[in-house]
Ligand binder design. Structure first.
Ligand code: PLP
Length: 353
């Protein structure tokens, strides 16, 4: 059997894979089993921000592997503590819960928000308002948070307590608040799966104002937008807002599984002993790699993201075959005149993923 046949035979068919078997990579290039090279413009879906095989990250990971690859969360480890400190110092948040993925970082955000709202406003206050076309993950609860009905259909009943409203419509938020107690608003500043659509500054600021007025927690999902991709460390920093909870993953780990839920002052102590946990969360190898990534996401690096972004927006705007360009920083969507599938195949032939 070829690897592709073996994968077809034994791996669950949840991904519609392209017929490319990746065997190695360096920088922005990956090589397939036949030796053909491609530029990976997707960075493994917003993960390998410093490139594949990034030396500094690799050294940090290898040196931690030489020390210890895992211990349980019953004990302290240095990379975990240092990464939490660095995340708090860079954002003003107060505490961090580590997990392994974006969905888990959102699960933690949802649990912290529910507990805060129940303690502060009573057991009836649990509703979390998210936006239509949002994407927050594939566990049953983060699917419920996701505002795209087609993901919901086959998996009923989902976790209750989520309401979806259209983006850019503050009246819809106010209508929900009038109708029922609301624990939190949860947003992506740029809707990724929803089409790479940035929310407007006016809307996000109004949403944050409403949240502050009513003691509704503001959760920002930075799983895809975070860790430098938008041209700021976290995309919410473009918007002049101060979230209560920030969830992130993907690029933070640089290619190893890592999720982080950053908890602000209101909720920093909301999750206590036994309220939440994870066997691998805060794994020392993932955290050592993440420290290397986060420490290099400095002002100069973020400026270079913004400069490259301006160049790409300018280049794509009005270019042949492109109908629209949207996004923020290096999270860029292009609406093509031809069906996107055809464009992807043509790009792949030319060595562009
Ligand atoms: N939230 C957003 C905004 C995402 O884009 C994703 C994944 O693409 C997730 C959550 C889920 O992350 P994961 O696949 O790591 O669970």
């Amino acid at each position: 059997m070829s690897i592709m046949e073996m994968d077809q035979a034994y791996v669950a068919h949840t991904y519609k894979r392209f017929p490319v078997e990746i065997v190695s990579g360096r920088g922005s290039l990956v090589t397939d089993a036949g030796g053909k090279q491609y530029i990976d413009l997707g960075s493994g879906i917003a993960v390998t921000s410093f490139g594949i095989g990034d030396e500094a990250w690799k050294q940090a990971v290898i040196s931690q592997l030489d020390q210890i690859q895992h211990t349980s969360n019953l004990y302290y480890t240095e990379p975990c503590a240092r990464l939490a400190q660095m995340l708090c110092q860079r954002t003003g948040m107060k505490k961090v819960f580590f997990s392994n993925s974006g969905a888990e970082s959102n699960e933690c955000a949802i649990k912290a928000a529910r507990k805060y709202a129940a303690e502060k406003h009573g057991a009836g206050c649990y509703t979390i308002v998210t936006l239509e076309n949002s994407f927050h993950g594939r566990t049953l609860t983060t699917l419920a948070a996701t505002g795209q009905a087609h993901y919901h259909e086959l998996f009923q009943p989902l976790t209750p307590g989520f309401v979806h409203v259209p983006a850019e419509d503050p009246d819809a938020l106010e209508a929900v608040i009038r109708r029922q107690p609301v624990a939190a608003f949860m947003i992506e500043c740029v809707q990724g799966e929803g089409g790479v659509v940035p929310l407007s500054r006016g809307y996000v600021q109004r949403l944050a104002e409403l949240a502050a007025e009513k003691d509704i927690l503001l959760i920002v999902d930075e799983v895809q937008t975070g860790n430098g991709r938008s041209g700021e460390l976290y995309a919410y920093m473009h918007y002049g807002i101060a979230p209560d909870i920030v969830s992130t993953a993907k690029g933070l780990g640089g290619g190893l599984p890592l999720g982080a839920t950053l908890l602000g002052g209101k909720v920093e102590n909301m999750l206590g002993f036994g309220d939440h946990g994870s066997t691998f969360g805060g794994n020392p190898v993932s955290c050592a790699g993440a420290l290397s990534i986060l420490s290099r996401l400095d002002d100069a690096f973020l400026r270079s993201v913004r400069e490259k972004s301006a160049y790409l927006f300018q280049t794509f705007s009005g270019a042949p075959g492109i109908e629209a360009v949207t996004g923020l920083g290096l999270m860029i969507g292009r609406k093509t005149k031809r069906p996107a599938g055809q464009v992807l195949s043509a790009c792949m032939e030319k060595g562009v993923l």
